[in-house]
Structure formats: structure tokens, C-alpha cells
Write a protein that binds this ligand. Structure first.
Ligand code: NAD
Length: 250
């Protein structure tokens, strides 16, 4: 179905080295898009090789998303060379611990990477999309865009805000032809959840609450990202699409 193909488009994915970001980049390439992979100080060679394996053009850039000036410089460099039609704001971090013990720096770092940089990148790449009258922005939300979570205050605050930001930008930019949506993954086996999965009690607690009865693999999340990036989703605006094994239905 041509409405699901991304031929001739360029997608930028942040946090593309591994986990959900890498799986998203590969799926977008498989659907036809060329890729800009945005890393941290990571080695993106392996992810880039996998994308190139689908015959797509791929460029890698690196900038710490907690450094606003570096983000601005890097985005400007990308914009000078590429028309980015799809932006996937995927990179994210989590700091676990009780709110009363949390260092102020943990709070600021999580909000900076998970929220402020998403707003910054959305404006930097969404501006040209609005001028062209088309574009897709997909933010990665979480079950903690809907629920409070356990000992992850800063993460929950950032992911609730991602749902709000998605809706607020959709309201402003839908009339300009730009779709802003989010995907909310359930519990996915990545580095982000390694601590939970290594605690047998917590792991069993979580798994037993998932109707599907298991954690997701990263590749199970990314069909929703490809859909939201495609012409098939041209009339979808401000939606937070859960891909959660039924978690929110419980
Ligand atoms: P991950 O830790 O495997 O990947 C996170 C990526 O973000 C890495 O590539 C890392 O290099 C990048 N990153 C982190 N800090 C950065 C910074 N300061 N600057 C630039 N890049 C930075 O985790 P993941 O599970 O694949 O997470 C991807 C997204 O999915 C995150 O937004 C996360 O909150 C969200 N999410 C994950 C789960 C899950 O269960 N794994 C569930 C819901 C939402």
C-alpha cells in the first residue's frame, strides 16, 4: 500500500544507537526513508550500516541533548544539508529513586533531555515543516504519560509533559499541514529497563500485569512509528498511541 511508504523522505531519529530508536530507524529505512541518525557521543556505525543495508542514504550526527547550544548548532548543520520531513524525538533517560532523595541535578537532566530538547528540536525542524506545509513529528511517550510510576518522579513529569506538548503542538501545527503525534511504548526490553528486568520481584510484578504476558522487543513498537510517519496518518493529529501489550486496558 503506497500510503504506508516513505520513499523520497528523510527522517531524523534521536537516540538511534540502540533500543527503540535504532529499531525505528531501521523500520523507517525499510519503509523507504533516508535517515539522519542523531547520537549522543555514541558510536552509530553499526546502526548506520544496518540502515544502509536497506539501500538508503544515511548520515550520522552527535550532540548531547542536554546541551542546548550543541543541539542548536547540530540541527542547523543538518538543516543546511537536508530537508527533514519526519522527526522522531526518541532519545530519553530515566533516573530512579525516591523523590525526597533525588539530587536536583537528576531532575534537571531528565527534564532537559526528555522534554526541553524535544521542544527545541520540534521548533527547529517543525518551523521548516510548517513553511513547506507538511511534515511528521513523532514523540516517544510512555505508560508514565498516563500513570505515576514507582520512584521515577522526574521521568513521569517529563513523559506527562510529552503528551501535553504533543497535543499543544498538534493544535498549532495541524492547520499548517504538520502532524504531531506520540507513541507510548509499554515495557520494552532495552537498556532503559535493564535495572527493572534484573530485579526478579519487580520483573515478575510488571510481567504479571501485562495482558500479553511478556515484555516487548524494540521492533514491536516501531510499526506505530512508521504508520504515524506515513501518508496513512495524514488525518491523525495530537494522538498518543499506546503500544503496550494491553497494559493501559487493565
Ligand atoms: P535506550 O537507553 O536503549 O536508548 C536511549 C537512547 O537515547 C540511547 O541511544 C542514548 O544514547 C540516547 N540518549 C540518552 N541521553 C542522551 C543525550 N543526553 N543526548 C543524546 N542522546 C541521548 O532506551 P529505550 O528504551 O530505547 O528508550 C527510547 C525512548 O523510549 C525513550 O524516550 C524512553 O523514555 C522511551 N520509552 C522506553 C520504554 C522501555 O520500556 N524501554 C518504555 C516507554 C518509553
Amino acid at each position: 500500500m503506497t500510503t504506508f511508504t516513505l520513499d523520497g523522505r528523510t527522517a531524523l531519529v534521536t537516540g538511534a544507537r540502540d533500543g527503540i530508536g535504532r529499531a525505528a530507524a531501521v523500520a523507517l529505512a525499510e519503509a523507504g526513508a533516508d535517515l539522519v541518525l542523531w547520537g549522543h557521543r555514541d558510536d552509530l556505525d553499526s546502526a548506520a550500516a544496518e540502515v544502509a543495508g536497506y539501500g538508503r542514504k544515511v548520515k550520522t550526527v552527535a550532540a548531547d541533548l542536554s546541551d542546548e547550544a550543541a543541539v542548536q548548532r547540530t540541527a542547523e548543520r543538518v538543516l543546511a544539508e537536508h530537508e527533514v520531513q519526519i522527526l522522531v524525538n526518541n532519545a530519553g533517560i530515566i533516573r530512579r529513586g525516591p523523590a525526597l532523595d533525588m539530587p536536583d541535578s537528576d531532575w534537571s537532566e531528565v527534564l532537559q533531555v526528555n522534554l526541553n530538547s524535544v521542544f527545541q528540536l520540534s521548533r527547529l525542524f517543525g518551523g521548516p515543516m510548517c513553511e513547506r506545509g507538511s511534515g511528521k513529528i513523532i514523540n516517544i511517550a510512555s505508560m508514565l504519560s498516563f500513570q505515576g510510576g514507582v520512584n521515577v518522579t522526574s521521568y513521569t513529569a517529563s513523559k506527562h509533559a510529552i503528551a501535553g506538548l504533543t497535543r499543544a503542538l498538534a493544535n498549532e501545527w495541524a492547520p499548517r499541514g504538520v502532524n504531531v503525534n506520540a507513541v507510548a511504548p509499554g515495557y520494552v526490553a532495552t537498556a532503559n529497563t535493564a535495572v527493572l528486568r534484573s530485579d526478579p520481584v519487580r520483573e515478575a510484578e510488571i510481567r504479571s500485569r501485562i495482558p500479553a504476558g511478556r515484555w516487548a522487543a524494540p521492533h514491536e513498537i516501531v510499526g506505530a512509528i512508521v504508520f504515524l510517519a506515513s501518508p496513512a496518518a495524514d488525518y491523525v493529529h495530537g494522538h498518543v498511541l499506546a503500544v503496550d501489550g494491553g497494559w493501559l486496558s487493565r
